[in-house]
Design a protein around this ligand. Sequence first.
Ligand SMILES: *Cc1c(COP(=O)(O)O)cnc(C)c1O
Length: 364
Amino acid sequence: MTHIYNFSAGPAVLPKEVLAQAAAEMLDWHGSGMSVMEMSHRGPEFISIYQGAVRDLRELLAVPDNYKILFLQGGGLGENAIVPLNLVGRKPQPATVDFVHTGSWSGKSIKEAAKYANVNVAASSQADGYNRVPPQSDWTLTPGAAYLHICTNETIDGVEYAFAPELAGDTTIVADMSSHILSRVIDVSKYGVIFGGAQKNIGPAGLTLVIVREDLLGAALPICPSAFDWSVVAQHDSMYNTPPTYAIYIAGLVFQWLKRQGGVAAMEKRNIEKAALLYAALDADDFYHNRIAAENRSRMTIPFFLRDESKNEAFLAGAKQRGLLQLKGHKSVGGMRASIYNAMPIEGVQALVDYLNHFAGRGK
Ligand SMILES: *Cc1c(COP(=O)(O)O)cnc(C)c1O
């Protein structure tokens, strides 16, 4: 098999060990004679897979007991509607929702929420080309807002929060962590809701994770589809309707793999190392550039540009020859993007760095 490193933003690289285990268990899961894909979600085999995944995730993120872990469908974009449908009903209508606009994904969230609530953009880095997270001291929050929505890693723009907001009063913070959940230690208790699509840093597409504080349940708007009403989903242990069983199984294997790696703190250490290695190569001279403010540079999703954009095609072709795949930037920003999620080994980052140096003609 050709050896490659996959820098895709998502669906993205998965740990080889996990894929090998899934392959070995494909036709006969633990002597059941069945593939996980063929099992009833209500049977004892799948229930044990589901329970293990929830337990391991709770342990990895130290999720407090007063939070529910839900496995849904609909992706990150689905949550952009599902979040307001579940939360704006906690306040007199029409409620207001605050946003910090730091890039493409928070921008999409703002648009969608405006269908269900008044939207206040408390702070925005749009005028600066989304190159940073506006400091919390600059946020203009709405007293009595239903919640504040932030995207803690802007996957396309490469902007990551280096802090967890500390807000006065009981403001509920909703965080879209799709592209960096489980990459760094977080204090779940600082958030009311954490959500993320699985296909970036967890597992296959089709699974959406929601971690929600229990007191926020039960206020869904009457128009909220039952299958997306978090309290209904929680009451049914994520089995109100058929959950994405195979995606949950793979996510569960990834959680076990993370535990074997030493957990989230150990991953964070490696992610810091990996990101430092890559940014150092991008910063070595002005052949490449990344324009994000130093303290907000993402450790996971790293966009970069060649000064001479006429070399883009040659850069990508040369990368492909070395087995460095899916480095083309998002169409909205152009350039390149290297996603170096948990499952990207440091050897992959080193291979990319070697190529960056070679292509820039360094060390000759
Ligand atoms: C990918 C992504 C989404 C959208 O996820 P879908 O599963 O495609 O709906 C939302 N937010 C962030 C931060 C993302 O990276």
